[in-house]
Ligand binder design. Sequence first.
Ligand SMILES: *[C@@H]1O[C@H](CO)[C@@H](O)[C@H](O)[C@H]1NC(C)=O
Ligand SMILES: *[C@@H]1O[C@H](CO)[C@@H](O)[C@H](O)[C@H]1NC(C)=O
Length: 447
Amino acid sequence: MRICKITNLTFLIFIALLFRFSIFGTCARDGKHWRQGRAASLSVFEVKENGHGGEGHTDDTKAFEAACKGESSTVMVPSGCVLLVGAISFSGPTCQANIIFQIDGKIMAATSSGAWKSDLLQWIKFTQLKGITISGKGTIDGQGSFWWNTSPTYDPTARDSTSISDNSEISTGPRSKNSGTKPTALRFYGSTDVTVTGITIQNSPQTHLKFDDCTNVQVSNFAASSPSDGPNTDGIHLQNSRGVVIYSTTLACGDDCVSVQTGCSNIYIHNVNCGPGHGISIGGLGKDNTKACVSNITVRDVKIQNTLTGVRIKTWQGGSGSVQQVMFANIQVSEVETPIMIDQYYCDKSKCNNQTSAVAVSDINYINIQGTYTVQSVYLACSNSLPCTSVSLSNIQLKSVQENHHLEEPFCWEAYGQLKTATVPPISCLQTGKPSKAGTLSDIDSC
Ligand SMILES: *[C@@H]1O[C@H](CO)[C@@H](O)[C@H](O)[C@H]1NC(C)=O
Ligand SMILES: *[C@@H]1O[C@H](CO)[C@@H](O)[C@H](O)[C@H]1NC(C)=O
């Protein structure tokens, strides 16, 4: 394996000019963000092959981390380079504003124990940044197989650092002793104006790309790629984030392709390819009696294949708050178990007790959802005490994969709304109008 080293090239004006040239060559395609690099004193950190063949290198974490602390506005990982990086954090107070990471090479998660501290929540973390762009044709590889195969024999936080080229260690892998926590590959926290474009994240130990408490996020031409049996490997996970656009993106993983969690609003997901995985999900919301607020979510022009669900809203019993103003439009499904699902009885054990409080679900619109399913076309299980309202369906055409095989009929429970067109199969279980239950509206916590 070739190991690359980070070299500060600021003093080499000639090289800087060379990069200036190559950077501005890309300008025309993405002017908005690259213009930031046009600062009078452009400097570039290059991650460069050093020819040592990896010998003696524990990892490149410190050098990579240092890259954003200098005067540099651009950090480059050129194509052909492989960088080994352990748990790493880039944070606002020490990093440049409007920093650009141009990743055309490969960044791999270190598998040595020393690369992982006690914080196993994430691998590469960006916090409190204003203006951050990750772009390029490169790959970020989380080496997830070392984590998925959980075994009690290895705790990456328990031992001292050893060399990455220690083969016995690599074959054991950094498995988490308390098997629960596995790191998210790339996590943005508390940041604004975030762009992720071009790159692929593969084999993340857990979620591939996560945004928490972020505003104005753009993800495009992105790919997440993991096998369908990687546990909890969401493609993109959004939480407490506003103004997020995800498009021209391919997500194949072992859990939700996109997961929209509490505190999210103004989310627009389009031209996305999803599968394998669990589909595109809002929730689970309201776990442990928490309040969840999600609104104005649009998912359109999406292809979903070989997934557990297609477009899904899931909430726990006992939550509060609301999910409203959701549109799922032009969704092409292929061999999806359950293409359309609302599940207000979401539960990760064999049984969760029913409770009276619920996350209110209203104004949910399904338009032009077509293709094939393998278990049940439509499943709308709403709360006993707080029925779903204003659920509208139009132009639904879902066919069983095996033509003559009898599959379950559409199911609805306490679901109110309107069929705007005839559907295939007929959905006769949806109740029209508004629920007559007393006190329904007063139960809804305003968000
Ligand atoms: C809903 O979100 C979109 C972005 O997806 C935004 O353009 C629009 O203004 C939002 N609508 C409301 C009512 O906030
Ligand atoms: C909760 O309520 C639903 C709908 O009435 C019912 O089907 C289910 O059996 C209940 N679950 C429990 C654990 O009581």
